[in-house]
Write a protein that binds this ligand. Structure first.
Ligand code: NDP
Length: 504
């Protein structure tokens, strides 16, 4: 780990005073009590006590890698974003993979979505695309996020993970069905971070040089091919090597096997969005690739493990709010909620100046009037003006970066989603997924994974929760419902009667 040059350096305190003695604290005689004046002892112990920063409340366990994005196709008719403005152009990036629900020390092979968060260091500022390995999510309104995550964490009394909490929540929130089915398929236990796809998941917008806007979804297709653990293999690996995915990535890059993904987009015009039979900004829905085909954009390669995990991976901070000129937001409610919550989480976890940390820092010009706060490391604007407008510097707002306005034709209200047309179909896409996407092997494993997971439901509400969730599976596909009911030894006639009753 150290080179010869390092060996020649003197050991010093953090303030630079060379140590004369490292192993023994100053004491009264060789066997006597220790002296309070041995400041080095305090410095070491006090620093050690403060080594941990708050763990990310979600996505705590992760793996980060630097890499490069290279444009292979021209998409300038959709976006003026400089990152895409020339075929062959390369942009440095940092990608953090993660699991979602577990703590920082949890196993990499847990059944969980995988975070897929990218920071592109573009010349127009850092662009963070903060997605998952699934194109969808469990909920479509951010108000439910903390409730949902609580169900993935620990029971307040037992401090154990609770299938009862999870399935209770899912069964009461039918929009989760699509993502639950992805999670319960073998793609819920990917073999490694190299063998999964990534998705921006939300709907974003792209704006071209003529200020025309389209809606887009981002896809990253792994060139390594999809590879998953079965449930049994994933459980076994938890015990063998909880850090399997981290190790796999470091070792692959050490072998110079640099993993690659192809970036593709789906595009929907504003007119198409208006006519779409479902809400195209609903994060529980995909856009059919038959209607909105994938368009090639470029290739991403990961090729450099950070030298220091804490410095770059633990301190990395991604926010979907960080878009660049030519890429914008959409009315996706989950995206809108995350615009606030991600930077807020970083201010809590890393401090208000988190964007000055090397991994988060924009390598290009940053000029603003934000000053002070804890841990300023960028010179704090030196002796330049700290207010705007002023008569002393030449910093200006560039109106060329203005986005086209978003037209709204609705009222402000608490909308109940069941009142909205096309808002309440939680079953068609999960049904298509089961019937048309999964092969027989995938279907078999999906059913056995669901049966295994639902078998963990316990307590006085067990039957209620199981039956309510079964109804959702039946609504997606009767054969799927039947197979799960059979696996759980549930009286199907009773569930069907309930289903019929609910329909009337
Ligand atoms: P398509 O047949 O055009 O696309 C199906 C998609 O499913 C492909 O992206 C395929 O990509 C992916 N896929 C294949 N096997 C699995 C699997 N076991 N788990 C998850 N994804 C898989 O159909 P549509 O676009 O009309 O979508 C049909 C259904 O496919 C949707 O209802 C949704 O459930 C699912 N899906 C759709 C996606 C989309 O963006 N449209 C993306 C992923 C899934 P690949 O084999 O490379 O993963």
């Amino acid at each position: 780990m150290k080179n010869d040059k390092d060996k020649k350096r003197k050991l010093t305190t953090a303030s630079g005073k060379p140590y004369a003695e490292h192993e023994n604290t100053q004491s009264v005689g060789p066997r006597g009590p220790l002296l309070l004046q041995d400041f080095i002892l305090h410095e070491k112990m006090a620093h050690f006590n403060r080594e941990r920063i708050p763990e990310r409340v979600v996505h705590a366990k992760g793996t980060g890698v630097f890499g490069t994005f290279k444009v292979t196709h021209d998409i300038s008719k959709y976006t003026k974003a400089k990152i895409f403005n020339k075929i062959g152009k390369e942009t440095k990036l940092f990608l953090r993979f993660s699991t979602v629900g577990g703590e920082k020390g949890s196993a990499d092979t847990e059944r969980d979505p995988r975070g897929f968060a990218i920071k592109f260091y573009t010349e127009d500022g850092n662009w963070d695309l903060v997605g998952n390995n699934t194109p969808i999510f469990f909920i479509k309104d951010p108000k439910k996020f903390s409730d949902f995550i609580h169900t993935q964490k620990r029971d307040p009394r037992t401090n154990c993970k609770s299938p009862t909490m999870m399935w209770d929540f899912w069964s009461l929130n039918p929009e989760s069905l699509h993502q639950v089915m992805f999670l319960m398929s073998d793609r819920g236990t990917p073999y490694s971070y190299r063998h999964l796809h990534g998705f921006g998941s939300h709907t974003f917008s792209m704006i071209n040089a003529k200020n025309e806007k389209v809606w887009v979804k981002f896809h990253f297709k792994t060139q390594q091919g999809i590879k998953n653990f079965t449930n049994d293999e994933a459980v076994e690996m938890k015990g063998k090597d909880p850090d399997f995915a981290q190790r796999d990535m470091v070792e692959a890059i050490d072998r110079k096997e640099f993993p690659k993904w192809d970036m593709k987009i789906q595009v929907m015009t504003e007119e198409q969005a208006k006519k779409c039979p479902f809400n195209p900004f609903d994060l529980t829905k995909t856009w059919s690739q038959k209607e909105y085909p994938l368009i090639d954009v470029g290739t991403m390669e990961l090729n450099q493990i950070p030298k220091n995990y804490f410095a770059d991976v633990e301190q990395s901070a991604f926010a979907p709010a960080h878009v660049v000129d030519g890429i914008g937001y959409s009315p996706d409610k989950m995206l809108q909620g995350r615009l606030l919550s991600y930077p807020d989480a970083h201010r809590y976890r890393l401090g208000v100046n988190y964007e000055q940390l090397p991994v988060n820092k924009c390598p290009y010009m940053v000029s603003n009037y934000e000053r002070d706060g804890s841990m300023v490391v960028n010179g704090n604007g030196d002796d330049n003006p700290n207010y705007y407008p002023n008569s002393f510097d030449d910093i200006y707002e560039d109106h060329a970066y203005k986005e086209p306005p978003m037209k709204l034709d609705s009222n402000v209200a608490d909308w109940f989603d069941r009142n909205g047309e096309g808002e309440n179909d939680h079953y068609s896409q999960p049904g298509i997924f089961y019937r048309e996407v999964l092969n027989d092997y995938d279907k078999h494993n999906l059913v056995s994974n669901i049966v295994g997971a639902m078998s963990g439901i316990t307590g006085p509400k067990k039957d209620l929760i199981i039956n309510r969730q079964l109804c959702h599976f039946f609504r997606a596909d009767v054969k799927l419902g039947m197979a799960i009911a059979k696996g759980l030894n549930v009286d199907v006639d009773k569930v069907m009667a309930e289903l019929k009753h609910e329909k009337h």
